[in-house]
Design a protein around this ligand. Structure first.
Ligand SMILES: Cc1ncc(C[n+]2csc(CCOP(=O)(O)OP(=O)(O)O)c2C)c(N)n1
Length: 309
């Protein structure tokens, strides 16, 4: 969680230098989900993600230097500088990619689950998406196919209550519980507080045991909140689509503070160790930015490579 937070705080800090020119969707405030889920995944398990993918990529062990170089648009980037923040990929750790089209990663993740089934359920396909995705047709199609085909898919819905500037009110019927709606499709579902990393960890653990035992998919919904604007490094509460009061309520539930307090209070580790961890993490993050800045831009003659229509 600290690694994800520090990487994204550095992106936010340096964004105004105008060297990172791609849109970036930060997950600050939501780190407990990628962390708690990822700790349950084996290297062989695959992950697909969305426009808000930094946490998912780092959680799976994606290469940090290549991620930052990608955001800088450099050839050492994980998509060779062509994709930017929304198109992260690291096949070395089975992070199979992220796409910017809401809902588009779902069928890809379901396809990965199908290929795993054909290979005797060798891996689990973890599919991250925001609650906005539940409003897309491909959402029901993908989940339905995973159910009827008994696929080892772990659907992870990060419900941060907003799709850009729209809260749930104009988008979904009042009182709808997403996990209950999905449960009615005939899939095992779990719901937990996405700001409590231990809850996320334990819930995912149960889900994965279920997938392995019954060879069926599971749907997880975690409640959480993004602190910064939908896209970009700033805070945007002042534009009025959400209240300071609501923001403060969630900020008080900071997943990192919550877990840190738990660890220290229960004498599991002491606060000094956490400070040391911040130091070593920040050194690692600084090295990644240096690596990205030093790397070259793709050349103009390569502009039309790897393009198809
Ligand atoms: C098919 C499609 N429709 C609309 C958009 C524009 N768009 C980009 S992100 C986003 C919000 C998605 O909300 P959610 O899935 O809840 O994820 P969050 O941004 O909250 O993490 C929208 C509507 C898009 N990229 N793709």
């Amino acid at each position: 969680m600290i690694l994800i937070r520090e990487v994204e705080e550095s992106i936010a800090l340096k964004y105004s230098e105008n060297k990172m020119r791609c849109p970036t969707h930060l997950c600050i405030g939501q780190e407990a989900i990628s962390s708690g889920v990822s700790l349950n995944l084996r290297p062989i398990d695959t992950v697909v993600s969305t426009h808000r993918s930094h946490g998912h990529y780092l959680g799976k062990g994606g290469n940090l230097g290549k991620m930052i170089a990608e955001i800088y648009g450099k050839t050492d980037g994980c998509s060779k500088g062509y994709g930017g923040s929304m198109h992260l990929i690291d096949l070395d750790v089975n992070f199979m990619g992220s796409t910017a089209i809401v809902g588009n990663s779902m069928p890809v993740g379901v396809g990965l689950a199908l290929s795993s089934k054909l290979e005797n359920y060798k891996s689990i396909s973890c599919i991250y998406f925001g609650e906005g995705c539940t409003e897309e047709g491909i959402f029901s199609e993908s989940i339905n196919f995973a159910i009827v085909s008994n696929l080892p898919a772990l659907f992870v819905c990060e419900n941060n209550f907003y799709s850009v500037y729209s809260d749930l009110k104009p988008r979904q019927p009042k009182n709808r519980k997403i996990h209950k709606m999905v449960s009615a499709m005939g899939i095992k579902t779990f719901y937990a507080d996405g700001n409590k990393v231990l809850d996320v960890y334990k819930t995912t653990n149960k889900a994965i045991k279920y997938i392995k035992k019954y060879k069926k998919p599971v749907f997880l919904e975690f409640a959480t909140y993004r602190w910064r604007e939908h896209c970009g490094p700033n805070y945007d509460n002042s534009i009025g689509y959400r209240t300071e009061k609501e923001f403060a309520k969630w900020k008080n539930k900071d997943p990192i503070n919550e877990f840190k307090n738990y660890l220290v209070k229960n004498k599991i580790i002491n606060a000094n160790l956490i400070d040391k961890f911040y130091l070593s993490t920040n050194r690692k993050v600084a090295r990644a930015f240096k690596f990205a800045e030093k790397s070259n831009f793709p050349s103009e003659k390569d502009l039309f490579k790897n393009i198809y229509a």
